[in-house]
Design a protein. Structure first.
Ligand code: B3K
Ligand code: ZN
Length: 881
């Protein structure tokens, strides 16, 4: 375990290294307990650096066996090697020399899953952010770009497949049943993109011809017998490659592109040059074992990692403060890809829901940080929703502000100007300034300033003057270590919706008739006047969620209902309905806490039935419109003194009231959407299933018995429908015989399918109510559960802590204690996953007093532990601060 030295890294301290390492040659002799790594580094002293300047390389848990300079053993008095550092006190006088470092490592003992480790008998690596230093001593930082030649030697029987980055250049047999392969990657890259895979895997292979006619051999490697489950990922890969050529003019650059799926992985996937390594959850899919959500995630993540080849790999980050340079931009690119492949409005709504569920609470709590942070103790804790999702929103705003053509020109300039370099957010923004001739210094605050801005808006219509006035005011709340905030540039897309539901014309500043547009809010207060507005419109603001802000728009209920029924911008239409639901749920929560029965506006209760039957809308869209805000969404909107039980009661009451109001429509539609038995993962078919399953949830809420859900569970032809029925049974009929029976049938059926059992764990972790804690505790003893597999840990304990509001936030604090126990146990072998789990505490201050105190005590107990990893200590101390 890495010890916590309390060291803080600051952006302003950046300086280049004294020595560069332009070339790396690695030789691995693989053994589970004793792998030998020989690294030959070409070391080049930079200009103006004194000849006797020491060379200091990073390590992490390393054991040095030999050290040579230009082939000669180095005298022990000339260097010092510790587990985490190699210091060459007096490097040779020549400006360029060859340093050979031999280390020994034990992949089988590596449970942190960083560096070289074994997953189910497969050797694999994870080097981002600082895992390469667990393999050999190196300048393990992203501004050191090197070409890599990698020779992998292994026992033929143990590892018939030997992969690394770049192109294959040689292979052959060795003595005693060993063999080898040599790979060369001509594109200089940072060490975090190094990868090696060796094992007994089976491949799905295809060929892709790039726009300029270059053939690329594609391979996706999975466990034997699972080949058929990789075909969807292969299809998604080919579509991604084509899309990047068409939308961004980016072609693939090596002769091969390989993807390997492994079962023990700390996150979703990794974009290593030419050799992406994936959590198998994001590769493997067939109708029997994967849901539509799994298919959509696979498509998005395959695309994301592939897109990194240009945004991240060809152009990389100067230092880890610039993480959003590759992540925010690449998320934007994968969002656009999915929007083009599926429905744009549906995709946008899903993105915004994710942003609000993950990034908003981060931005509003103790872990808030700018999209480009200025300090960190442990960089792995900064792979956050802010860097990724808000980072993507910022790129989307650049697109909104500059328009499609200029945006593309700026991206082209970025690729042309910085190919092969390690750069900063400033370099990136300069391309947009140069391509547009605009000053983006105020816009740049989106990168530098934490916190979710609030925009307060109100409108007034003057019938006589036929003028609409829109008053806008922005404010950015204080966040940790930043109390004074500067005014931001907030691009708000809008439209004026007339009585017929169509967008109305108005006169712009130059007197031209226009229909919709973007307001650029740059001052604290701004008044915008629209002239020539014939009748009073309903104002649709922040269309498409053009800016990631919270919007408080003073608007009559009538107008909001009107927009919920008529707005031509489908995102804003969804938003209007969602706001109405949220307001109703906040009121209902107050009623429950006051001991009163919640009651709801019948007009609102009728909306879901109307939308469900609106044929002009895609099924996937209707499904989203019918989905009530989650308990966590309601809690976030309430903001303080939160009582999760009252929220759950209010939400159940609204669901039931809607179910009663629309019962006939829902029943009929559910019947019409009956599954044909033929499965296709395409967006339209998935949309039909999504709508049908939302309807099932309502119908179950209005029903006295679980018959309908049981029937769907028993007759389902695919995992989407089966898992949805299981969820309804387990959550809405919890602890009934029907629910328990379905759970045990499911367990029986999928005994040998770890990824499906993850769904089974997660469904149970989400059963509402205080008793679920006992169930979760019991399930940690299940034979399929393991603390060393991140997917298992996340599906059971992670799901419980991050998403079961009434279960985790049990009033007696037992949920918090369970999480603390798990986190502490996990921290001993996998700090990254432990720290990630502990993030579930981040909103503790907004709880009601009793729970707040329980959460505080539990956090304090973790903080008191002496032997915490740097990862976990960083999260816990910032959360408590
Ligand atoms: N770049 C990796 C994430 C690495 C996380 C390291 N803690 C996957 C991705 O964002 O594409
Ligand atoms: Zn990424």
């Amino acid at each position: 375990m890495r010890t916590d030295t309390g060291q803080v890294f600051l952006l302003e301290d950046y300086r280049p290294t004294d020595y560069d390492i332009p070339e790396v040659a690695l030789v691995f002799r693989l053994d589970p307990d004793d792998t030998r790594v020989a690294a030959k580094l070409t070391v080049a002293r930079r200009e103006n650096v004194a000849a006797d300047t020491p060379l200091v390389l990073d390590g992490d848990g390393l054991m040095l066996e030999r050290l040579l300079i230009d082939g000669e053993a180095v005298d022990p008095s000339c260097y010092e090697a510790t587990e985490d550092r190699l210091t060459l006190r007096r490097p040779p006088p020549q400006a360029r020399f060859e340093l050979t470092i031999v280390t020994r490592i034990a992949p089988a003992k590596n449970q942190a899953l960083m560096g070289l480790y074994l997953s189910n008998g497969i050797y694999c690596t994870q080097c981002e952010a600082e895992g390469f230093r667990r393999i050999t001593y190196f300048h393990d930082r992203p501004d050191i770009l090197s070409t890599y030649r990698v020779r992998v030697e292994a026992r033929q029987a143990e590892a018939p497949l030997l992969l690394s980055n770049g192109n294959p250049v040689d292979k052959g047999e060795l003595e005693d049943g060993w063999h080898y392969a040599v790979w060369y990657d001509p594109f200089p890259k940072p060490s975090y993109l190094f990868a090696l895979v060796a094992g007994n895997l089976s491949g799905v292979r295809e060929r892709f011809v790039t726009a300029s006619g270059r053939p690329v051999a594609l391979g996706i490697y999975v466990e034997h017998g699972k080949e058929a489950r990789a075909t969807y990922a292969m299809d998604a890969l080919k579509r991604s490659m084509r899309w990047d050529e068409e939308r961004f003019g980016r072609e693939y650059d090596l002769d091969v592109f390989n993807i390997v799926a492994v079962s023990d992985f700390n996150m979703g996937a990794m974009e290593n040059k030419g050799l992406n390594i994936f959590n198998d959850k994001y590769v493997l899919a067939d109708p029997e074992t994967a849901t539509d959500l799994d298919y959509a995630n696979i498509e998005a993540i395959i695309a994301h990692e592939y897109f990194h080849n240009w945004t991240g790999n060809r152009i990389t980050c100067r230092d880890w403060f610039q993480l959003c340079l590759k992540e925010g931009l690449t998320v934007f690119r994968d969002h656009e890809f999915s929007a083009d492949q599926r429905s744009r409005a549906v995709k946008r709504i899903a993105e915004v829901r994710t942003l609000r569920a993950h990034q908003f609470p981060e931005d509003q709590g103790p872990l808030a940080h700018p999209v480009r942070p200025r300090r960190y103790r442990e960089i792995n804790n900064f792979y956050t929703a802010t860097v990724y999702e808000k980072g993507s929103e910022v790129v989307r705003m650049l697109h909104t502000v500059l328009g499609d053509e200029t945006f593309r020109a700026a991206m082209d300039l970025y690729f042309a100007r910085h190919d092969g370099q390690a750069v900063t957010i400033e370099d990136f923004l300069r391309c947009f300034e140069d391509a547009s001739d605009q000053d983006l210094s105020q816009f740049a605050l989106w990168y530098h300033q934490a916190g979710t801005p609030n925009v307060a808006a109100s409108s007034h219509y003057d019938a006589k003057a036929r003028e609409l006035t829109l008053e806008l005011e922005q404010s950015v709340p204080a966040t940790p270590s930043e109390t004074r905030k500067r005014l931001m540039h907030i691009p708000l897309a809008f439209g004026l919706v007339g009585a017929d539901g169509q967008d109305m014309d108005f006169q712009d500043a130059e007197g031209a008739r226009v229909r919709d547009g973007v307001i650029h809010l740059r001052k604290r207060r701004q008044v915008v006047r629209f002239k020539g507005v014939e009748t009073r419109p309903a104002v649709s603001l922040n269309r498409g969620f053009s800016a990631p802000v919270t919007l408080s728009f003073e608007m009559s209920r009538q107008d909001r209902l009107f927009l919920a029924r008529n707005d031509s911008d489908l995102f804003s239409r969804w938003q209007a309905l969602n706001t109405l639901f949220t307001e109703a749920l906040i009121d209902a929560t107050a009623s429950v806490r006051g001991g009163k029965e919640p009651d709801f506006d019948p007009v609102l209760l009728a909306c879901p039935g109307e939308i469900a039957a609106e044929d002009g809308l895609k099924e996937a869209y209707r499904a989203l419109a019918l989905t009530l805000p989650a308990e966590a969404d309601i809690a976030r909107e309430i903001g303080r003194n939160i009582d999760p039980d009252a929220i759950a009661a209010a939400r159940n009451a609204l669901r039931e009231a809607i179910a009663k109001t629309a019962a006939r429509i829902f029943e009929k539609l559910y019947g019409n959407l009956t599954d044909s038995g033929f499965f296709s993962p395409d967006a339209q078919s998935a949309g039909r299933r999504a709508l049908r399953n939302v309807l099932l949830e309502y119908l179950a809420a209005g029903a006295a018995d679980p018959a309908l859900a049981t029937r769907q569970f028993k007759t389902a032809h695919n995992m989407t429908d089966r898992a949805a029925a299981l969820t309804v049974l387990a959550h809405q009929f919890s602890r009934t015989e029907a629910a328990e029976e379905a759970l045990s049938t499911f367990e029986e059926t999928y005994r040998g399918e770890p990824l499906v059992l993850d769904k089974w764990f997660a469904v149970q972790a989400l059963i509402p109510g205080p008793d679920t804690l006992e169930r979760v505790r019991r399930l940690t003893g299940h034979s399929a559960f393991s603390l060393t597999n991140p997917n298992r840990v996340r599906s059971l304990v992670g799901t419980f802590a991050s998403s079961n509001q009434s279960g985790f936030h049990r009033a007696d604090g037992a949920g918090y204690r369970l999480l603390a126990d798990t986190v502490l146990q996990l921290d001993r072998h996998n700090p990254q996953v432990a720290a990630r789990l502990a993030v579930a505490f981040r909103s503790w201050r907004s709880l009601e007093q009793g729970r707040r105190e329980e959460a505080r005590k539990t956090l304090a107990r973790i903080a008191e532990e002496k032997r915490l990893s740097r990862d976990l200590r960083d999260i816990v101390e910032r959360t408590l601060a």
